[in-house]
Design a protein around this ligand. Structure first.
Ligand SMILES: Cc1cc2nc3c(=O)[nH]c(=O)nc-3n(C[C@H](O)[C@H](O)[C@H](O)COP(=O)(O)O)c2cc1C
Length: 364
């Protein structure tokens, strides 16, 4: 048994978490017709409710915001009802759950867009990456640059989605500002060459993320709002020439807005933590509330980062796929089960809800 602070309760905004382990958002492409999460999704999250906090898979705020097949939405009544089953199931198990709000921007495909149109982006620059559509990985489609007059509508879609999330029973929302999606496409200069108030300077590139965050706060309150960022991650073909200046500024502004947490993907998402030099301590010092650290953590790294006060909470992604009882396994020192790469994206129960808790008898 371990007596380390990873397993101690923690007050996040107005909710108390039973431990400092967060389930990171994991897209699993199993929504039903109308992009509604089904009963199986409620079962999947309930199995993982011993996490101090679950952050849901990324969930599109509009059809335009969708970039992969069978991902869930939060913009129709049916989607709200589907999510209500999820939040009820998690709460019945004593868990807490935030919804991750997502607009993919240029990481999409014409087959997923309204009327088969091009995906939208800050600038008409295609990403060198693939999306998952029609049951296979294909190049993303050529995007078009958003007109200035369209931006307020997207901000409003985030605002409405946050309201819908609370209606569906979520404890809060996480604005997805990471991993090469729309809000990061604005923030990083490799994908933003606009010459209006939303491009150019660090301040201008940050404007969209801050307007969205302010709208969400206005709707549901700062204590129920978090933001995910990935300062140096090249995920989804993105680049930034000045990440330290850009993200120091972003975090200063998010701190001023008073949000409950920042969720920082340290390094390349799902890859090396040291992909590029970056001072995460600078973000930690600039932000007075909760710092959630993610990327490549195991028990030892999580324990030492909490002990050194580098973070308040540690988010684990991939380990939660094959280990619904990850918290108990980490606490008891049980081995972690691997997951099957073939069943990550899409399908049914196989590789989704059929991973068993640890069994001392079998040693697995
Ligand atoms: C299958 C899979 C799906 C993911 N989906 C999301 C997502 O929906 N939103 C997000 O912000 N990150 C997503 N990520 C990134 C994870 O949240 C996390 O940052 C990454 O796996 C690194 O953490 P880990 O080393 O603990 O796995 C995904 C990662 C994987 C492996």
């Amino acid at each position: 048994m371990s007596d380390n602070s990873l397993f101690e309760p923690y007050a996040l905004g107005s909710v108390t978490l039973s431990n400092r382990i967060v389930m990171a958002p994991l897209t699993r492409n199993r929504a039903g017709a109308g992009f509604v999460p089904g009963d199986i999704t409620a079962e999947y999250y309930a199995q993982r409710a011993s996490a101090g906090l679950i952050i849901s898979e990324a969930t599109q705020i509009s059809q335009q915001g969708q970039g992969y097949q069978d991902t869930p939405g939060i913009y129709t009544d049916a989607q709200i009802e589907g999510w209500r089953k999820v939040t009820t199931a998690v709460h019945e198990k004593g868990g807490r759950i935030f919804l991750q709000l997502w607009h993919v921007g240029r990481i999409s495909h014409v087959d997923l867009q309204p009327n088969g149109g091009p995906p939208v982006a800050p600038s008409a620059i295609r990403a060198e990456t693939k999306t998952f559509v029609n049951n296979g990985f294909v190049d993303v489609s050529e995007p078009r640059a958003l007109e200035l007059y369209e931006l307020a509508g997207i901000v409003n879609d985030f605002r409405q989605a946050a309201a819908n999330a609370i209606k569906a029973g979520f404890d809060g929302v996480e604005v997805h500002g990471a991993n090469g999606y729309l809000l990061e496409q604005f923030a990083k200069d490799g994908s933003n060459v606009r010459t209006d108030a939303y491009g150019g300077s660090v301040e201008n590139r940050t404007r969209m993320l801050l307007e969205v965050t302010a709208a969400v706060i206005e709707e549901i309150g700062a204590e129920r709002t978090g933001v995910r960022i990935s300062p140096v991650s090249p995920a989804n073909g993105i680049s930034c020439s000045d990440p330290q200046a850009q993200f120091d500024y972003i975090v200063d502004q998010l701190n001023a807005l008073g949000i409950a947490y920042i969720h920082v993907v340290e390094g390349a998402t799902g890859g090396p933590r040291d992909v590029a030099p970056f001072d995460y301590g600078s973000l930690r010092r600039r932000f007075s509330k909760t710092y959630i650290a993610n990327n490549g953590y195991n028990l030892d790294l999580a324990t030492s980062h909490l002990a050194d006060d580098n973070a308040d909470l540690i988010a684990f992604g991939r380990p939660f796929i094959g280990n619904p009882d990850l918290v108990a396994r980490l606490q008891s020192g049980a081995p972690l089960a691997p997951f099957d790469p073939a069943t990550i994206y899409g399908g049914g129960a196989a590789g989704y809800t059929d991973y068993a808790p640890y069994s001392p008898a079998s040693g697995k």
